[in-house]
Structure formats: C-alpha cells, structure tokens
Design a protein around this ligand. Structure first.
Ligand SMILES: *Cc1c(COP(=O)(O)O)cnc(C)c1O
Length: 382
C-alpha cells in the first residue's frame, strides 16, 4: 500500500488469505466448486432471497437480470441519470434503450414522482417499457415504499441495482430484495470485494436458473457441446468466491467502520455553513461512500476547492457520478430531468470512506479538512 489515502480501498487481510489458500489447495480452481455454492447460499441468506447466482461482475449480473425479466431489443428501460455507467451499459447490451430520469435532490436516489410521470408519458406514446432499474445510491436504498406501487400499477418489472448497497436495509428489508431480481457488485471498491465479481439475487428461481444457464455459454446439459441460444461466459471463479465468503463474514464489522467514519464526518461538518451530508438521515444505509454537498453561496468555497486541497496532501476524493445525460455515450437518449443530478454533480464530493482506513489515515484526512476549514470558513465569517 502507498501513502495515498484512497476513497474506498479493498479491505482484505488474513481471513481472506486463509479462505483463498484453502480453496486453492482444495483443487476447486475453476468457476465451479463448494465455495461458489456456499457463497451463493450465504449471500441469499443475508439478502433474504430464495436464491442467488454468482457471476464475474455486477455489470454481468445486471445484464442477466434484465434478460431475466424479459427486456427485449427496442424496449425502453428507465434508469436514473445519476448512476455509474454500468447501469446504462447493461441496458444497451440487451438492445434496449435507456430512458433517464432525475434524482431526488436530498438523497440522490431516483425521483419517484418523476418516474411515475415518465411511465405515464411512455405508456401514452404506446412504448413498451421493459424494466425500471432503481439504483441504491452510495449504499442507501431507493424509496421502495413509493416506487414499488408505481411500477406495479404500470405493470413494469423492477431490476434493483444494489451494486453499492449490500448490507443496507429499508424498514428492515435488505437491499437487493426489492425488485423481481437484484444485482450486487463485488468490485474492488465496493462494500465487500472478490477483486471482481457480482451476483444476482431473487425469489424467482426459474429466472435464476436461466441466468445460470446464460452465464455458462448457454450450454445444454448433454455430453456433447449443444447450444440453443447465444450465451455468455460470466461465471465467477471458485477461488474468488472463497474470498467473498471471508468478506461476507466481516460485512457487519466493515459497515460499522464506515458508519463510524460517516458519523465523524457529520460531526465535523455540522457547524460548517452550506455543507450537508447527502442521505444523512438514512440510518439503514451501509455507508458505502460519504458524500457531502457544498452550497458555495453559503460556504464561501466550492467542493472542488476542498478536493484540490486534499489532493495536494495525497488524499483521494471524487465528484459524484457524472449524470448519464451528460455523457457523450448517452447524451442522445431521452431523459426527464429537474436539474437535481446536475446540481449534485456540481456541488457533491465523495470523501474517503473505506473500512480499511487506519486511525492514522483517518487522522490525516480529518486534519487536512480541518486545516482547510480553518482558513476558508474563517475567511467567510471574518
Ligand atoms: C459498481 C457498480 C456497478 C457495476 O459493478 P461491477 O462489478 O463493477 O461491474 C453497477 N452499478 C452501480 C451503481 C455500481 O456502483
């Protein structure tokens, strides 16, 4: 590890090492084996779904989830404009087209009244809507009590992009379990990691069986190589599943560390004018990333000023996702916007939030922010 403080560095240690070595010695090195089966069962138990299918990435999980709910080429699929590009890319893999909808200004999650309006518009035009893909932004569940009836009334299946949200809940129900199918990510920067990996979680066992089939080149269960449709090579290695099992065993501890960090940020910024934590009131978030929003007309400084100050001290921060309707690859697609995502992109900043940060690294980050505030906030009031 370098001296650089990262946003969300993989948090792995002796437990992951012992699981990985045991899997290697077991001889199950292929994308099949007991750790894969156990990892699927353990994640399904954690999320509270009847089953799960491990795959090579969260993006692959989203792709198979969209196919699983019957998304067809040419369909409209509603995606929040504030998300990581993988959500929109997965829609394109199916031949469908994403239609973007803005976010709630306070939480960054999909704006449900606006979604409702968009579904009415699409329906009025006679368009087939293949799915709605809410994203549990930064580890905070979308507003499902509002969203699920809207999608249910419209007869549109929900594919939950819970890539950032494993371990989060809403009214006690786990992220990943709200849609007909959910997609999780175990990429290196996510709440738990298998270095790269993902999973579909669902109560819909036929959907999961079909996803498993498509993830294995759609190979028919016969001795010769028989294929009736185009499949994909999306399976996860048994070795990586072993790492995932170790990570999952530590999930609650890792969420606890991220939550503690977020609480400390909340305290630090509580008395700073013009700064608020995005989604701070969600006590069931997994606190994947702490995001602040800086209203410069009140603070006297911009998010980018703090980012530059921290970068100079080798501390990584990032803007929130650049909205999809601003991306060259997606600017030509339809969208229904309020400006909320644009504002969050302009004013938001994600802060170092990893569960693996040492006390010394945390002290470095907080010292750097306090140093910045002492100068900038003083300048405003003085
Ligand atoms: C990380 C992420 C994905 C993709 O997961 P990968 O495992 O990197 O393919 C999808 N959606 C969101 C919102 C993400 O943050």
């Amino acid at each position: 590890m370098t001296d650089r403080v990262h946003l969300s560095h993989p948090d792995v240690g002796p437990l992951e090492e012992s699981y990985l070595v045991a899997a290697l010695r077991s001889g199950w090195v292929a994308p099949v084996g007991p750790d894969l089966d156990a990892f699927e069962n353990e994640v399904a138990a954690r999320v509270g779904t009847r089953g799960a299918v491990a795959v090579s990435s969260g993006t692959a999980a989203l792709h198979l989830a969209l196919l699983g709910v019957g998304v067809q080429p040419g369909d409209a699929v509603v995606v929040p404009t504030l998300t990581f590009v993988a959500t929109a890319n997965a829609v394109r893999y199916t031949g469908a087209r994403p239609v973007f909808v803005d976010c709630d200004a306070r939480t960054g999650n999909i704006d449900v009244p606006l979604l409702s309006e968009l579904l009415h518009r699409l329906r009025a035009r006679g368009e087939r809507v293949g799915a709605v893909v809410p994203v549990d932004m930064f580890g905070s569940c979308a507003d499902y009590p509002a969203l699920l009836p809207v999608c249910g009334d419209a007869g549109v299946p929900v594919v939950e992009d819970a890539a950032e949200a494993l371990g989060a809940t809403d009214h006690g129900r786990a992220a990943g379990s709200f849609g007909q199918v959910g997609a999780l990510s175990f990429n290196g920067n996510k709440i738990i990691t298998t270095s790269s990996g993902g999973m579909l979680v669902s109560d819909d066992l036929p959907l999961l069986a079909r996803a498993r089939h498509l993830a294995s080149q759609a190979r028919e269960p016969v001795a010769h190589y028989e294929h009736r449709e185009t499949g994909y090579n999306y399976r996860l290695s048994n070795l990586l599943a072993a790492v995932g099992r170790a990570q999952l065993a530590r999930l609650d501890g890792m969420i606890g560390r991220r939550r503690l960090l977020r609480d400390r940020y909340a305290k630090l910024f509580a008395s700073v004018p013009g700064v608020e934590l995005v989604g701070a009131e969600d006590v069931e978030s997994n606190c994947w990333l702490t995001v602040i929003r800086v209203r410069s007309e009140r603070s006297g400084w911009r998010a980018a000023d703090l980012a530059a100050h921290l970068a100079a001290q080798n501390i990584e921060t990032r803007p929130v996702w650049k909205p999809m309707h601003r991306q060259p690859a997606y600017a030509d697609f339809e969208s229904l916007l309020t400006g909320a995502a644009d504002d969050l992109f302009a004013e938001g900043l994600t802060l170092p939030s990893g569960s693996g940060l040492t006390e010394q690294q945390i002290a470095t980050v907080f010292g750097a922010i306090e140093g910045f505030l002492a100068v900038r906030t003083g300048a405003v009031s003085g």
